[in-house]
Design a protein around this ligand. Structure first.
Ligand SMILES: Cc1cc2nc3c(=O)[nH]c(=O)nc-3n(C[C@H](O)[C@H](O)[C@H](O)COP(=O)(O)OP(=O)(O)OC[C@H]3O[C@@H](n4cnc5c(N)ncnc54)[C@H](O)[C@@H]3O)c2cc1C
Length: 486
């Protein structure tokens, strides 16, 4: 059976595929497959090699119950691993008037998949941070028999909160829910990044976009409010669905893949996009209606880098220069940046990209509060992280320049700003860089080795990047003659 991810850049064929109907069945499969390599997939919405499993592959889509109970004066949910986020939030709202403490842009992922890669939205911690209990199927260190373990404290919990499938098969996760809430949103176009960041105090849930070619910030100022749902909220929802989810993406796909015109793309962002933004219209709606969108309607591919707040302004400045340079503006990178790139040995890689990549999607910037985890991208003991995402809607067979850009972005931003690429998105990282970016990686390895003594729950990519020596990873399309390139 061939397995293909959402982005169609990861295709593999496991030797055995199982979709167990119960936790007992998972344990029985582990019993039968002792000594073999075992991986689990969620809904394959990762672009990285994280879900890959070439030997035994488990899909827990049938384990999708949500249990809700009162615990310690709060509402607690135990959610089975294969339950999609959209079902989780519908059930929590319908049965208890509650919701998840953090939401990403879409709700297609499974809860275990989202947690395992540190999935995040804006203004909160990642989902991983909020998980207080995980039930996991693994092998007993002494007897080698399959067992179910519950992890709810200590470094083990910090590790398993974002563990990329390396600690065993997650059966369910437990977390404290929060009461359903409403979010007010209005949009503005702002010229200066400092002004956008200053607004964060008033709008802690905001996210913003650096619009290519216009080089201004489209901000979605968002805050939690106690007021009622706006009368016009359904109309606003329709505007988003028809105007952005469908309209914007159809226009972009036409410009990129049919007309293939850089000039029209520039004209579109400079002249048309500002006219389509409904500035100042304040709308209040329930959390999921404002915070999520139908971003999964059109196939695309994405790399997202995370930098600390103190590096954000410089990173955004660098990103703009790099994108303009790649688009053909040879004077876009200033002398100071060149000397920095020369010093770090990456100037030539940048030079090779002159005129070879045109970015065609707004760069979304989201705040992620410091996560209490070992290796989620926002794992931090001090500052919050900011996630900058770079999306391409090019056809699958025409993604080579995007992959070259993603490799360059990951390399230069790690060197200059200690930027961490999202584990679940295009993630060109080698073990040396991982070591430099994640100070708690040694503890993570220890926890994995203790829980997975046979080292059967890690795939080759994770072995290369997380568990041993260095091997540079470059990314190409699954169907490209260049792939897989590791
Ligand atoms: C359109 C789109 C929008 C997105 N938006 C966001 C966003 O807003 N914010 C963000 O942070 N990310 C976002 N992502 C990335 C996505 O949230 C993550 O890649 C997430 O991990 C995908 O979940 P999944 O259920 O598809 O898991 P998969 O991609 O199938 O797997 C992800 C990882 O989880 C592991 N895993 C899954 N289930 C289990 C289990 N039961 N036990 C052990 N390990 C398991 C897999 O082995 C793998 O390592 C987006 C992706 C897409 C395609």
């Amino acid at each position: 059976m061939k397995i293909k991810n959402f982005g169609a850049n990861l295709v593999f064929e496991p030797a055995n595929y199982f979709a167990p109907a119960s936790e007992e069945e998972v344990v029985s499969i582990l019993g039968r497959c002792r000594g073999r390599n075992i991986r689990v997939v969620g809904r394959l919405h990762s672009w990285s090699d994280a879900p890959r499993g070439d030997d035994v592959l488990l899909d827990l889509r049938h384990l999708n119950r949500v249990e809700i109970e009162e615990r310690d004066d709060g509402v607690w949910a135990t959610i089975q691993a294969g339950c999609q986020i959209k079902k989780v939030i519908t059930e929590l709202d319908r049965r208890a008037g509650m919701t998840l403490p953090s939401l990403g842009l879409i709700t297609e992922q499974t809860i275990a998949g989202a947690v395992s890669t540190g999935t995040h939205g804006s203004g909160k911690h990642s989902l991983s941070h909020y998980i207080d209990e995980i039930s996991i199927a693994t092998y007993d260190a002494e007897t080698g028999e399959p067992v179910i373990r519950t992890i709810d404290s200590g470094d083990e919990l910090l590790a398993v909160r974002c563990s990329l499938g390396c600690m065993g098969v997650i059966l369910s996760v437990g977390l404290r829910c929060r009461p359903q809430y409403r979010v007010e949103e209005h949009m503005r176009i702002v010229g200066d990044c400092e002004d956008v960041l200053a607004a964060e105090e008033a709008y802690p849930l905001q996210q913003f976009f650096l619009v290519p070619f216009l080089w201004k910030y489209l901000t979605q100022h968002r805050r939690e409010v106690a007021t009622r749902r706006s009368f016009l909220a359904p109309l606003y929802g329709l505007y988003w669905f028809l105007g952005i989810d469908l309209g914007l993406h159809l226009v972009l796909k036409t410009l990129i893949s049919v007309l293939r015109s850089r000039q029209l793309l520039r004209f579109f962002y400079r002249q048309i996009v500002p006219l389509t933004i409904l500035r100042g219209w304040r709308v209040t709606d329930t959390s999921a209606n404002i915070l999520t969108m139908e971003h999964e309607l059109f196939r695309h591919i994405e790399i997202e880098i995370f930098v600390k707040r103190s590096k954000l302004v410089d990173t955004l400045r660098f990103v703009r220069r790099l994108l303009e340079y790649c688009d053909g503006r040879s004077d876009a990178v200033d002398d100071e940046t060149w000397s920095c790139l020369e010093e770090r040995g990456v100037a030539n890689s940048v030079r090779e990209m002159l005129g070879n990549y045109t970015h065609h999607y707004p760069i979304c910037v989201r705040t992620v509060l410091p996560d209490a985890t070992l290796i989620s991208m926002a794992s931090s003991d001090d500052e919050p992280y900011y996630a900058l995402s770079f999306i391409s809607y090019s056809r699958c067979q025409e993604r080579d320049s995007f992959f070259r850009f993603a490799n360059l972005l990951a390399e230069t931003s790690a060197i200059l700003f200690n930027a961490r690429p999202h584990w679940g998105k295009v993630c060109p990282i080698n073990s040396q860089t991982a070591e430099q970016l994640y100070p708690k990686l040694p503890e993570f390895r220890q926890m994995c080795d203790a829980l997975d003594t046979g080292k059967v729950f890690r795939n080759q990519w994770l072995k290369d990047v997380i568990f041993q020596g260095s091997s540079a990873v470059e990314w190409h399309d699954a169907d490209s003659p260049l792939s897989p390139k590791k």
